[in-house]
Design a protein around this ligand. Structure first.
Ligand code: PEP
Length: 254
């Protein structure tokens, strides 16, 4: 059976001490309140990873992840961070393909393919984000966009490699905007994604693939979203910066 995951994306927020204190609160709340099998992942800025990784390691259902890696092994790439460096401080996930990186840093499918390969080569599970813009939704092209993002970013992988990937459907128009896809809109796309995965890798692997929803998910809408058949958790931006809100989302799976 596939795993339920609630992953926080802190983006470029929280200085070192504030990040540590938020993460400590999250870990304590997970220990006290989480009774299900869901996994809780926090994707922090690189400065926090080592310290929060240490706090996470004794807790079996909490993991940490990065928000980006460079595709190369190592070398003269000033300001960048590699998959092995991220892995070496205790991360087990990395967000790749986030719409902010596609839009503001020009990350293309070809580049993302290399980043996905680098992550997997170093034992990091990619949380691979896909999703359409407002214009693409309104023009009805969104299925084509999502299909192309899957094919361009992760469908080059073998089945064994793909099994380690977590997918996140994040409609760009819903990220940080307060607009959320309705449970029906999200389910429609999640079912489409699972069907594409099944066509490529077979039904068993498709049924075992975790597909997260992201885009203004909060404690008020998480239950309706996560109760959809093909929605296996969430990638949470704004609401992951408040421990109570984040935990209330996590606890939907209790
Ligand atoms: C995100 O950035 O991945 C995200 C889902 O953000 P928010 O929850 O703030 O819309």
């Amino acid at each position: 059976m596939r795993k339920n995951i609630v992953a926080g994306n802190w983006k470029m927020n929280l200085d070192y001490e504030k990040g540590l204190s938020l993460f400590s609160e999250i870990v304590n709340m997970v220990k006290d309140e989480v009774v299900g099998n869901q996994e809780v992942v926090v994707c922090s800025p690189a400065i926090h990873l080592y310290s929060i990784g240490k706090l996470a390691s004794p807790v079996s259902n909490v993991a940490v992840g990065a928000q980006n890696i460079h595709q190369a092994e190592s070398g003269a790439y000033t300001g960048e961070i590699s998959a092995s460096q991220v892995k070496s401080v205790g991360a087990s996930y990395v967000i790749l393909g986030h719409s902010e990186r596609r839009a503001y840093f020009g990350e293309t499918e070809a580049l993302l393919t290399e980043k996905v390969n680098a992550a997997l080569a170093h034992g990091l599970a990619p949380i691979f984000c896909i999703g359409e813009t407002k214009e693409e939704r309104e023009s009805g092209k969104f299925f084509d966009v999502i299909k192309a993002q899957l094919e361009g970013g992760v469908f080059h992988l073998s089945g064994e490699e793909f099994a380690k990937v977590v997918l996140a459907y994040e409609p760009v128009w819903a990220i940080g905007t307060g607009l959320t896809a309705s449970p029906e809109q999200a389910q429609e796309v999640h079912a489409f994604i699972r069907e594409r995965v099944s066509a490529k890798y077979g039904e068993e692997l498709a049924n075992n693939t975790t597909i997260l929803y992201g885009g203004s998910c909060n404690p008020g809408n998480a239950k309706d979203l996560f109760s959809q058949k093909d929605i296996d958790g969430g990638l949470i931006g704004g609401a992951s910066l408040k421990s109570r809100d984040f935990l209330d989302i996590v606890k939907v799976f209790n």
